[in-house]
Design a protein around this ligand. Structure first.
Ligand SMILES: CC(C)(COP(=O)(O)OP(=O)(O)OC[C@H]1O[C@@H](n2cnc3c(N)ncnc32)[C@H](O)[C@@H]1OP(=O)(O)O)[C@@H](O)C(=O)NCCC(=O)NCCS
Length: 217
């Protein structure tokens, strides 16, 4: 399938999104930086129990995969995919500090114009509206400057907080993918939820703000 876009090779990248104010603080998205390694590693090493049941299985130990020395390789891979128009990787910040990541991946253009969205938020910042605000910012960006038509999220049915984030944003549950992804050492079922541009004609951030879930910062 044609992966080029009439407006350019990778419209919408690089970008800074937000900020939005939520209970946890001021939420913004920006491209990952090489210098994020220390904060990224500290959060990920501390949060193994919070994160590993929801992330794809990968070779090596958690400690090795999330050590400071692992970041330059990850950063470079994310940047390379972004430069080729296949991904929009973001760091989530709360009050200017790294508090998670949000990645729009597998960008396919042509007659599909679709991608998936994935995210994590550090345990120190959860339940304060951070992921909800971050996903809303990303959706609006993808449906405007990045020129996409559909975004999907796949979530384990056991992941209550993530399903709640998507429900608050009006993502539609489209089906259950059986044994879809190798997560935490086994093939796990995932619910597939999605939005298309028609679902949010006035923007998702506008709707979130109108519903009281966030405020313009
Ligand atoms: C899922 C995750 C990103 C949510 O981040 P967050 O910043 O806490 O999200 P928000 O605060 O915007 O929303 C979380 C909602 O879930 C609710 N919640 C918390 N624990 C819950 C549970 N066990 N079951 C159901 N809902 C729950 C919160 O109360 C909140 O809803 P509310 O605003 O109506 O009160 C975060 O928990 C995380 O990183 N988890 C580990 C990684 C992960 O699961 N990534 C997603 C993979 S699909």
């Amino acid at each position: 399938m044609d992966n080029q876009h009439p407006l350019g090779r990778h419209p919408g990248w690089p970008a800074k999104l937000g900020p939005l104010r939520v209970k946890a603080g001021q939420v913004a998205l920006r491209p990952p930086r090489l210098l994020d390694g220390g904060a990224w590693s500290r959060a990920r090493l501390r949060d193994q129990a919070h994160l590993e049941n929801w992330e794809p299985t990968a070779p090596g130990t958690w400690a090795d995969r999330n050590a400071p020395f692992a970041w330059p390789g990850q950063w470079s891979a994310l940047r390379s995919l972004a430069r080729r128009g296949m991904s929009l990787p973001f760091v989530i910040t709360v009050d200017g500090e790294l508090a998670g990541q949000l990645t729009v991946g597998n960008v396919v253009r042509g007659s599909l114009c679709s991608a998936w969205v994935g995210y994590w938020v550090a345990s120190t910042a959860v339940s304060g509206g951070v992921a909800t605000a971050a996903v809303a910012l990303a959706v609006d960006h993808c449906f405007s400057r990045a020129g996409l038509h559909r975004l999907e999220a796949t979530v384990r049915p056991e992941n209550g907080p993530s399903l709640r984030v998507l429900a608050k944003l009006g993502f539609r549950e489209e089906g259950l993918f059986r044994r879809y992804l190798d997560v935490a050492g086994d093939w796990r079922d995932h619910a597939c939820l999605a939005l298309t541009t028609e679902d949010v004609p006035n923007g998702l951030v506008n709707r979130l703000v109108a519903d009281g879930g966030a405020a313009w910062a």
